[in-house]
Design a protein around this ligand. Structure first.
Ligand code: HEM
Length: 516
């Protein structure tokens, strides 16, 4: 009773806050937009020019020197941590993958058993890599959108430190067998407070910057960022409240949280970045600015109940699951809006796609957002879910979203931002291309293996005439294919880390490298 009351009260308060935001947006003319507003990201004379520091070699953006200087320190700190966690998280992912077809490998230590290694991988890539890279990108882009230097930047530095301390404590806890026992929420709730306070400290400067902005209109990336910064803390704090949700309720809250991490946290961070980088690099506004705000509001409206499709067949009320299936299918609306907007501008400017590696990363990420979302809507249908549930197909889908979409956009963003942050060009452009091809080839292998293998696994499990072991045996070559793909992706991540380390080296060392 307490739980339902609490839920209803929170939902009511959140809805009222959302309504207030909508009323404010309408009354302050935020909806009176057209292509003119889509151009707020350009300064005079920038339209029609390819803007890519990896191509021009011009590292400093002279129009925005003061703004970029205000974000340089906190963004560098966040990105360095994110890249380190990505490399470590990938190594754990690879170990987990190998253990699925070599179960006797590394079986002497409890910390290296599959359950803990998998959890370390997930925690590292979501809370270490994607969240920190996403916050860094938002911190860098937001002041540019508002043409205002970042306010209270020191808060972000403190927030990043607290977040990382919490993450390290959480990883040690998980490795030693102490966790909350819920997927995506394994860090013990006693430690989660550090991440909550750290996260809040990183949000405050962005809000202050938004309030002191020099431009009237908030560009669509700003909507995604500001909303994501409100949604995620609410999700994280509610889902981590101990001793309130138990049994089937706990599973419901767990999947409400876990899926919303993708839709209301990683999606705003990824789409906010894509909406900035794609038109900015190409030098042309998005296809239809009006459509972009339709996409935003449709996401806000439909996403929050999507996660319960993970519990189809579970002991939760049928109406809750059906509501989730309907909302999952409604997600076609925002996804189509984003797809039309972002893909059309790239398709009309393929010369830019060929010329710019950051654009290639970001626009491929945007394409994978479309694919992951369409696939997710279909997977929510009961007829398809019956085959794919409990199989590796779902893992392939999770990587299409968290890796193909969110991580690719972050890779491209880092390659665009770092020269602007450091004032130095990338020392080894060839290594950026090597990173690109490693992650493209590795991920293609990874995704294809799990999608085909997972579907066959599901069909084998549904076939009453075949023993369960048949589904395990048929899966083995696909799991080996995943390990090969994952190893190539991990190699790409090492190259990425080398690139980031190289551009951060003192100027003389970079120059020597270029000369060599
Ligand atoms: C940025 C990079 C990555 C991200 C964001 C990511 C994300 C994820 C997510 C969200 C899950 C949970 C999937 C689910 O339960 O539905 C997962 C599980 C997993 N990932 Fe990754 N991943 C990344 C890289 C890798 C790499 C390089 C490998 C290497 C092979 C890998 C192997 C695995 C494995 C083996 C699992 C567990 C699968 C299972 O439980 O059957 N991941 N990852």
């Amino acid at each position: 009773m307490l739980t339902i009351g609490l839920f209803l009260t929170i939902s009511f308060l959140v809805s009222v806050a959302g309504l207030a935001a909508l009323i404010w947006a309408i009354s302050s003319g935020q909806f009176a937009f057209g292509q003119r507003q889509a151009r707020v990201i350009f300064h005079e004379g920038e339209e029609g020019e390819l803007d890519d520091p990896t191509v021009s070699g011009e590292a400093i953006d002279r129009e925005r020197t003061a703004i970029d200087a205000s974000t340089a320190r906190p963004v560098t700190l966040l990105l360095v941590a994110a890249v380190l966690w990505l490399v470590l998280g990938s190594v754990f992912g690879l170990i987990a993958s190998l253990k699925l077809h070599m179960p006797d490998w590394l079986d002497g230590s409890a910390a290296l058993t599959f359950g803990r290694v998998r959890t370390l991988h997930l925690t590292l890539v979501i809370y270490g890599w994607l969240s920190l890279a996403g916050i860094a990108t938002a911190t860098w882009i937001t002041p540019r959108l508002f043409r205002t230097p970042l306010r209270s930047a020191g808060f972000i530095t403190w927030g990043a430190m607290l977040w990382n301390i919490g993450l390290v404590a959480g990883l040690i806890a998980i490795a030693s067998g102490w966790n909350d026992g819920e997927e995506w929420l394994e860090i013990p709730w006693q430690i989660d407070g550090l991440l909550a306070v750290g996260g809040a400290l990183t949000v405050y400067p962005l809000l202050r910057t938004a309030f002191s902005r020099e431009v009237e209109h908030i560009y669509v990336s700003g909507w995604y960022y500001l909303a994501g910064m409100m949604w995620f803390p609410a999700l994280f704090i509610i889902a981590n409240i101990p001793y309130v949700f138990v049994g089937a309720e706990q599973a419901t809250v767990n999947w409400w949280f876990a899926h919303n991490v993708l839709g209301l946290w990683l999606t705003p961070l990824g789409l906010g970045a894509a909406y900035y980088f794609i038109p900015k690099i190409i030098g042309k506004p998005v296809y239809s600015y009006a459509l972009s705000l339709l996409g935003f509001w449709a996401l806000a409206l439909f996403y929050s109940q999507v996660g319960i499709h993970h519990l189809i067949g579970g002991p939760v009320p049928t109406w809750v699951v059906t509501l989730s299936v309907v909302q999952s299918v409604m997600m076609f609306v925002p996804v189509l809006a984003v797809a039309i907007n972002q893909h059309v501008v790239v398709a009309r400017n393929l010369w830019a796609f060929r010329a710019s590696l950051p654009l290639r990363f970001v626009s491929l990420g945007a394409i994978m957002y479309t694919l992951a979302s369409f696939e997710g809507s279909l997977e929510a249908l009961r007829s398809i879910n019956t085959v794919t549930h409990f199989t590796q197909f779902t893992i392939g889908h999770a990587h299409l979203g968290a890796y193909g979409f969110a991580s690719f956009i972050m890779f491209g963003g880092v390659y665009y931002m770092m020269p602007r942050i450091t004032g130095r060009p990338w020392p080894w452009p060839g290594l950026i291309a090597a990173h690109f091809w490693c992650v493209v080839v590795g991920f293609a292998l990874y995704f294809t293996a799990l999608t085909i293998g997972g579907w066959l696994e599901g069909e084998a499990m549904l076939d009453a005439s075949r023993p369960f072991s048949a589904s395990v045996i048929l899966l083995k070559p696909f799991l080996e294919g995943r390990s090969l793909g994952g190893a190539i992706m991990t190699l790409g991540h090492f190259l990425f880390a080398i690139n980031v380390a190289a551009i951060l080296l003192p100027r003389s060392a970079s120059r020597a490298a270029v000369a060599a």
